[in-house]
Design a protein. Sequence first.
Length: 117
Amino acid sequence: MTELSDFGFPKANGMFPTILTSRIGFFRLSVDSMEEELRQNLNRCLAAFMAQRDIGVATVGRLAAGDWRFFDRLGEAGKTFTARKYDEVIDWFSENWPANAVWPEGVSRPKQKAPTS
């Protein structure tokens, strides 16, 4: 089995490359592009949601992410978020989406959760 460190990338600890792009087989995985796509999805949902509701960015951040600065931090260099946080925020948007609003194109909407009795 080939270690990622065998590809000749600069090493952090001898096992993993220090850059965020790694080659596996014939495929190339890029963390930067995935994170950027998820960041754009969050910003698209935010913009569409705010266009339908009279609500501020800080309020949406507090309600959706439990952090009033969440959306402000999305634009800051070096700031990241977890996949769990992304799912939490997208789920919140989906559950609180205005009935008359169109979900943003290109953003996968989570399946609606069945109501519990």
